[in-house]
Design a protein around this ligand. Structure first.
Ligand SMILES: [Zn+2]
Length: 1027
């Protein structure tokens, strides 16, 4: 749980609003009630210091201060039932031992009132939380949770408060979560001593990501004077220098109310929160003066250059081009809210989209594969920074890139920005404020965290539209405003760093050698007595980890607290120009959401692997009279985004049946409906497929993105690979999004001739953008639905020329009504592929990768969603994860994570994430099955697994996403209700029964896949296919 620093702008992108529901009539809303607080008012040990209405976001902000400790508090009152709590501490380490990160893990291992092991993970199963997590950033540590249930909120608040303020911080917890020396086999004192520990392995995994390595170096070197010079998450080789005593001291100083910021959000009453926080925690403290502030970085008088190395990337699109080079500029203080706002806008104007100057000067000449992922505005440190540069470039281009960067800056100073681009960006901010996400509280908490951490005003940060108007006014007064900023912050700024990174052939080996040297050094200092102690401690840890755990001290909801029935989502079916349309009326706050699913049944098989590429380029090549720059501009000015993605939708009743298609997705403000549909019409009627150079840029960016994603999402790739031989849907999924697709894109990126690919695109388009094979969905407010329907009708009229009846390439297509209960005459059907000849088979695949940790998976073919046993298997997966696999794979095995889950499509999967083990983890999966079959779990365990499954089933759904289960997969409210009743009905014996019938060896077809470093055991085992 270590979060990489992200920029304010990126956070702003997530910032979206759950608007006032026009259907809920309350006498007084939460924001109205909060306006009644008066400055100076005393409430449960706190004093109100400010009350501000923020009408744009439909909330009232109440600021308070705790009288005896000085703890800061911000409450955002809003009519949203998904209430959130977060507490953040300013944690500013001065070494790279990862002390704040290890502390973040260790406080969650048990506390005064809740001394059981791991209350945090246990609460995941005793609550209906919609979010629970903890993050370590560069200079703060944050503990947020959210839930829809008031009782649950109080329970979780108690556990969180006790964890952060009164943790046990036992030595054993420190060993388990931080680092320890231990016999490789803890039960064998003659086995070699090795380093173990959750954070130790987590950080080894994190630094196997080259982009991450680069970003870390960049921050360390640009801000070298204080806390930003060290790795707050922990440098793997520095972690073993941390002692348990240092950890406790760090806690004593930093996790104090005087160094804390509390944030609550939602419609629950503030008084109750204040009372509980005061009584359960703050009342036991006296004010301190924690010296945790980060001083301003001393500005440089001359620019600096530096160089670092990384591991070669086996998946890089072009192996000879693996260098990264960026120039980073130190900007102003993030607490200057308006200046930061202007600089983040300026950053977007400089780098976002094909119309930006740096896209033109750096991306289009194809010097590198893409911008480096650090590019843009970064407001996660006390002083913000801006970086610009490329990844995937050749060393020979170094000087050229530096020149381009400085020339582009000169160019911007001379020419400025087009007014239309500024408008497009402000439109984007308007959409971000209107769009409603299901986790608004969490977005707010992370949006304000950095600025508030340095004593900036979080309320000012929320007044986004005031910042927008002020910006408009300043720009009107001084049209040169942005150019002057570029001159000041970039051209004339000597505090800038040029940092290059190149792969080093034996990088990985050197890391291993350094770790071995560190280990050797530690071992040399050990006496025989120490060794004996290490062995004893290893056994002790193992026995604690294996002991039956009593969690009865923890609060818990009961299964009877769960709503017995689902909330219905009414949808209406209609048609537009003969194409079926699903209408779903929702409080969308002035936005309209449009989707269309188009079948790919008629597409020739040889073109299938190109579908993801087609999807990623079709909205980015130009259309009609517009070249791709104009198209991009119009999309930004008129819509909240337009995209296309491949879909494999398993049938709910049959494992060997699925629907395949592409999904068109877009949104816009109500006033821009005609423009949004005009853009789609142009894409349907006259997309551009003539620019090979443009295609090459897009291919390279896609290939780079896929390659970068592997070390982060390795478990998804392992799961996809393992499942491919089990069902035909999973097989296609692997072709479209698994390792096969990564390799396919790599080949395309390496190929010198993309003309043949270009020629395929119009052929693909004829099949994919064909209204004959389509169905649409519209989510809008009831007031705007008829306008939206009329516009959809007009759109279908405009693209009627692209409609053509074609034959499916496979003979077995079954048509099924989308909603079997819909009124007769409704024409929406799913055209399902059946594969009567598909034979599931056992297969084990290993991908050797250049990173030091494994991603292990095993999949079992079970039953489809509608089957009687599906509910039991879903709960079994949660039960096994919480009560067995988590302990074996994370606590004992040292992996970052691991567990089991029941996936759509009827594949039951086991997985591990950033795992030092491979074969041992596969063995742990098997032991998990034996454990389940033996039935050695309690009714309480079953109830907890149910709560955990229900908290996922009942996770809040944003108005834009309502009705999508029905639209995509034909999952009706009736089916959901039936599934719900089956979940309630699951018993101890039905769990043992499904474990026996589906998961026992030889019961069902299963398959495995591992991504990881060189592995002798696998190479010597002929049952594995090594890739
Ligand atoms: Zn972590």
């Amino acid at each position: 749980m270590f979060r990489r620093a992200s920029t304010i702008y990126r956070r702003l992108r997530d910032l979206s609003v759950l608007g006032r529901s026009p259907w809920r009539h309350q006498s007084r809303s939460a924001p109205e009630r909060a306006l009644q607080y008066a400055v100076g008012q005393k409430i449960h040990g706190f004093t109100v210091t400010e009350v501000t209405a923020v009408p744009d976001l439909f909330l009232t902000a109440v600021k308070l201060s705790h009288d005896s400790t000085g703890a800061r508090y911000l409450h955002a009152a809003r009519d949203d039932k998904n209430n959130l709590f977060s507490v953040q501490f300013r944690t500013t380490p001065m070494d790279s031992t990862g002390v704040p990160h290890i502390l973040e893990h260790t406080v969650l291992c048990g506390s005064e009132r809740f001394p059981c092991r791991d209350p945090f993970f246990k609460m995941l199963n005793r609550s209906l939380s919609t979010f629970m997590n903890a993050f370590t950033a560069s200079d703060y540590t944050m503990y947020p949770f959210s839930t829809l249930n008031a009782k649950d909120f109080q329970n979780l608040l108690s556990v969180y408060l006790d964890a952060v303020f009164f943790p046990c911080l036992r030595e054993l917890d420190f060993w388990q979560e931080g680092w320890r020396l231990e016999n490789e086999d803890p039960q064998d004192s003659s086995s070699p001593l090795v380093f173990k520990g959750v954070v130790f392995n987590e950080m080894k995994g994190a630094f196997s990501d080259n982009e991450r390595v680069y970003g870390q170096h960049l921050q360390n070197k640009l801000l070298p004077d204080h806390t930003y010079a060290v790795v707050s998450g922990g440098e793997p080789l520095a972690i073993p220098d941390l002692t348990w005593e240092q950890l406790r001291e760090f806690h004593r100083i930093h996790y104090h109310p005087s160094n804390a910021r509390f944030f609550t959000y939602g419609d629950l009453p503030l008084e109750q929160h204040l009372k509980q926080i005061d009584e359960e925690a703050l009342v036991r403290f006296q004010r301190t003066e924690p010296d945790t502030a980060v001083p301003a970085q001393k500005p440089w008088t001359t620019p600096r250059e530096d160089h670092v190395t990384c591991s070669p990337d086996a998946m890089a699109p072009d192996p000879t081009k693996q260098n990264t080079l960026c120039v980073s500029y130190l900007l102003g203080d993030v607490t200057d809210v308006f200046e930061s706002f202007v600089l983040s806008l300026l950053s977007s104007l400089m780098i976002s989209g094909p119309n930006s100057p740096f896209y033109r000067s750096l991306i289009e000449p194809k010097i590198g594969s893409d911008f480096s992922s650090v590019v843009g505005y970064d407001g996660s440190t006390r002083q913000a920074s801006f970086s610009i540069g490329l990844q995937g470039m050749s060393e020979a281009d170094t000087e050229r890139v530096k020149h381009i960067i400085s020339d582009t800056i000169d160019d911007i100073i001379t020419k400025g920005f087009e007014e239309e681009r500024i408008e497009a960006l402000l439109h984007k901010i308007e959409i971000q404020m209107k769009h409603q996400s299901s986790s608004f509280g969490l977005s707010l908490a992370s949006y304000i965290a950095s600025c508030w951490n340095h004593d900036g005003d979080p309320v000012q940060l929320l007044r986004i539209s005031e910042n927008v108007s002020l910006f408009r006014q300043k720009l009107l007064e001084n049209p040169q405003l942005l150019q002057e900023k570029v001159q000041h912050y970039f051209k004339d700024n000597p505090h800038r760093l040029t940092l290059s990174m190149a792969p080093e052939e034996d990088y990985q080996q050197k890391q291993t050698e350094e770790e071995e040297a560190k280990l050797k050094h530690k071992i040399q200092q050990l006496s025989e007595d120490d060794r004996q102690q290490i062995y004893q401690k290893g056994l002790e840890l193992l026995s604690v980890q294996s002991a039956v755990q009593d969690a009865s001290c923890l609060p818990a909801l009961k299964v009877s607290d769960i709503e017995p029935t689902i909330q219905h989502t009414p949808v209406q079916m209609g048609s537009a120009g003969g194409v079926p349309v699903q209408y779903c009326e929702q409080p969308t706050n002035g936005m309209v959401y449009f989707r269309a699913l188009s079948s790919i049944n008629t597409l020739p098989e040889d073109l299938k692997p190109y579908v993801p590429l087609f999807c990623s380029i079709i909205t980015r090549m130009g259309c009609g009279q517009m070249d791709y720059r104009q198209q991009s501009q119009q999309m930004e000015l008129r819509t909240g985004g337009m995209s296309v993605s491949p879909q494999v939708l398993p049938e709910n009743t049959d494992m060997d049946m699925y629907e395949q298609g592409v999904l068109l997705t877009s949104s816009c403000l109500e006033r821009n409906l005609p423009e949004m549909f005009n853009l789609w019409s142009e894409i349907f009627n006259s997309p551009h497929f003539d620019d090979e150079e443009r295609l090459r840029v897009l291919v390279m960016m896609s290939a780079q993105e896929l390659s970068n994603g592997i070390s982060y999402s390795g478990h998804m790739y392992a799961l996809s690979r393992a499942a491919r031989s089990l069902t035909p849907a999973a097989d296609l999924q692997e072709t479209l999004s698994g390792m096969d697709q990564v390799k396919f894109m790599k080949r395309l990126a390496e190929s010198s001739d993309l003309a043949s690919v270009l020629r395929k695109l119009p052929r693909i388009k004829r099949h994919l953008l064909n209204p004959e094979n389509m169905r649409c969905a519209v989510n809008a407010t009831p007031q705007k639905m008829s306008t939206a329907a009329a516009e959809t009708e007009r759109f279908m009229g405009n693209v009627a020329g692209t409609r053509k009846e074609r034959k499916a390439v496979r003979p077995h297509v079954t048509e099924k009504a989308l909603n079997p209960l819909a009124a007769p005459g409704s024409s929406a059907t799913r055209k399902l592929i059946t594969e009567p000849n598909f034979q599931p088979c056992q297969m084990k695949t290993f991908y050797q990768m250049p990173f030091p940790v494994n991603f292990v998976s095993e999949c079992v073919r079970t039953v489809p969603f509608i089957h009687q046993d599906y509910a039991s298997l879903s709960i079994l997966a949660r039960l096994m994860t919480a009560k067995f696999l988590h302990g074996e794979i994370r606590e004992k095995g040292g992996a970052y994570g691991g567990g089991a889950r029941m996936g759509g499509g009827g594949v039951f999967s086991f997985y591990s994430y950033r795992d030092p083990n491979s074969m041992a983890t596969l063995a742990a999966f098997r032991r998990g099955v034996d454990w389940a079959r033996s039935g050695s779990f309690s009714q309480q365990d079953v109830d907890e697994a149910k709560l955990s499954v229900f908290s996922a089933v009942d996770a809040p759904v944003a108005p834009s996403a309502k009705g999508m289960g029905m639209f995509l997969s034909g999952v009706s409210d009736e089916m959901k209700q039936q599934h719900r009743e089956r979940l309630f009905a699951v018993t101890h014996s039905s769990l043992v029964d499904v474990a026996n019938r589906y998961l026992g060896l030889g019961q069902q077809t299963c398959a495995a896949a591992i991504l990881g470093p060189e592995n002798a055991a696998i190479s010597n085992d002929p049952s594995w296919v090594v890739k």
